[in-house]
Design a protein around this ligand. Structure first.
Ligand code: NAD
Length: 502
């Protein structure tokens, strides 16, 4: 349902218009089909609050069909030579790259994030995950194990766990999907991808491109629908061996409980409340402050690794606050397709209400709003825009310091000594990521050792690479995406004992 007369959509390419005006269908067993019930749901452009497309709502029978096709494709995919699987993943990556210009537009319209950011960040990460994991296909070797018993050859094989349900959130739809699809397919698993209901479109494109790349039917299936129905049907399905989930802590815990009844493998990439720490002895306080602004405001703060708790040495506190506020004021809110936009909307009005609730509560508690704190006005009022917001004076036990806001809201707090700092930095249920800014190498390593987080960035922030494992400690979940650990979680080890004594 593409409506070209809407001003904000005028700059979209013909390919984007053609895709959006087509019929959107589930991808099951190599064919595109409507949901069995014919039920659809709508996805919106959050920058203008208008319906972008109608997408099938997969019900239980669609999930059954997807599982059946993934199960029968498992044999074909496992039997394929690893080098052939690698080539297909490489071809899949090439096709995403070929179509990047219009995929970036669709993703921008669906998620609100600036098209330029998608082209610079999301697409390279998605393509990189496929190429990196393609390399693993030919390297998944087992081992031989010397044992006490005589005349025994004992060897291990790395086998795929089976059918994987990849359930992903709305903040990085394309690259979160590839972080799961790529290692799962490289391991020889088949996949059912369920994108978030807010951003279903890029997953449908992935489903088509996988087929165009020559990946056999049923190896990658895509079902769109709501979490409580489509997602729940996947988590309950006895034919699925593993749930690979990225999303909220609440849904992650629910999935872990539900999946336990069929003893599925589960990996969970959940939320974060990440401390970003600036010591007064860092190389360049202004540069650290500018990066700290990017660490929270990138994709409007809707990033699990967002540096949402800036902790600053008292000696440079005022200077850092001034610089972060000036960076916040430079951001240009607008539609994701506009080249000037550096800050898109929040994903939905619900998310805006939630984010604003944190800010209002903070104000009631005497926390100072030194920048932002309002929804976008004027020509931004029909979208879910929220100003980049900076808060000072929050205490460690304020909700805005402890809970994940998932919006462009930064608290800046002071610390006096390292001894005082570390327990405060770790005083959160999450443990996803942290930043440290100092030129004192001993202090940097000591802080990195003390921080309870899956990733620590020193004198940098928000660095990602397909070769580097990503995942949290504590209630940020378990099981890594990317890197060697990223593929290990889609494999299980079989041990074979051979008596060669005759
Ligand atoms: P969400 O948990 O609401 O939804 C995530 C996915 O789960 C969606 O596809 C949704 O449809 C599905 N889902 C919801 N209920 C379900 C159920 N009962 N059974 C099965 N599936 C269900 O999360 P969200 O709001 O889409 O995303 C934001 C959250 O994701 C934040 O907490 C953020 O920190 C987290 N996140 C974490 C990482 C990471 O790498 N750690 C990355 C991105 C986002």
């Amino acid at each position: 349902m593409f409506i070209p007369q809407i001003d904000e959509w005028q700059s979209a390419s013909e390919k984007t218009a053609e895709f959006l005006s087509g019929q959107h269908k589930l991808v099951i067993g190599g064919t595109e089909r409507p949901s069995a019930s014919g039920e659809m749901f709508q996805t919106f452009d959050p920058a203008i609050g208008k319906v972008l497309a109608s997408v099938p709502h997969a019900g239980k029978s669609d999930v059954d069909a997807a599982v059946a096709s993934a199960q029968s494709a498992l044999l074909v995919w496992q039997k394929m030579a690893p080098s052939d699987r690698a080539q297909l993943l490489m071809r899949f990556a090439d096709l995403i790259e070929r179509d990047a210009p219009w995929i970036s537009e669709v993703e921008s319209l669906d998620s609100g994030k600036p098209k330029a950011h998608i082209a610079a960040v999301d697409i390279p990460l998605a393509v990189g995950a496929l190429r990196y994991n393609a390399g693993w296909c030919t390297k998944l070797a087992g081992e031989t194990i010397p044992v006490t018993a005589p005349d025994m050859l004992v060897y291990t094989k790395r086998e795929p766990v089976g059918v994987v349900a990849a359930i992903v959130p709305w903040n990085f739809p394309l690259c979160q999907a590839c972080f799961k699809i790529a290692p799962a397919l490289a391991a020889g698993c088949t996949v059912i991808l369920k994108p978030a209901e807010q951003t279903p479109l890029s997953a449908l494109i992935l489903g088509r491109l996988a087929l165009e790349a020559g990946i056999p039917p049923g190896v990658l299936n895509v079902v769109t629908g709501e979490g409580a129905t489509t997602g729940q049907a996947l988590v309950e399905h006895p034919g699925i061996a593993k749930i690979s989930f990225t999303g909220s802590e609440e849904v992650g815990k629910h999935i872990a409980r539900t999946a336990s009844s069929t003893l599925k493998h589960v990996s969970l990439e959940l939320g974060g409340k990440n401390p970003n720490i600036i010591f007064s002895d860092c190389d360049d306080v202004d540069a650290a402050a500018a990066t700290a602004a990017g660490a929270i405001f990138f994709y409007t703060g809707q990033v699990c690794s967002a540096g949402s708790r800036l902790m600053v040495d008292a000696k440079v506190f005022d200077r850092v606050v001034d610089r972060v506020v000036s960076e916040a004021k430079k951001l240009k809110m607008g539609h994701g397709l506009s080249a000037e936009t550096t800050l898109g909307p929040l994903i939905s009005e619900d998310q805006l209400t939630r984010v604003n609730g944190f800010v209002e509560e903070s104000q009631q508690n005497g926390i100072e709003v030194v920048a932002g704190g309002q929804r976008g006005a004027g020509n931004l009022a029909s979208g879910s825009f929220y100003e980049p917001t900076v808060l000072t004076g929050a205490k460690d036990d304020d909700r805005v310091v402890k809970d994940e806001v998932f919006g462009p809201v930064l608290t800046i707090q002071k610390f006096d000594t390292v001894e005082d700092l570390m327990p405060r930095a770790n005083a959160t249920n999450f443990g996803l990521a942290a930043g440290i800014w100092t030129r004192d190498i001993a202090k940097a390593h000591a802080a990195a050792a003390a921080i309870q987080a899956g990733t620590v960035w020193i004198n940098t922030y928000n660095q990602f690479d397909a070769a580097v494992g990503w995942g949290g400690f504590k209630q940020s979940g378990y099981g890594k995406d990317n890197g060697r650990e990223g593929i290990d979680k889609y494999l299980q080890t079989k041990t074979v004992w051979v008596n060669y004594a005759g």
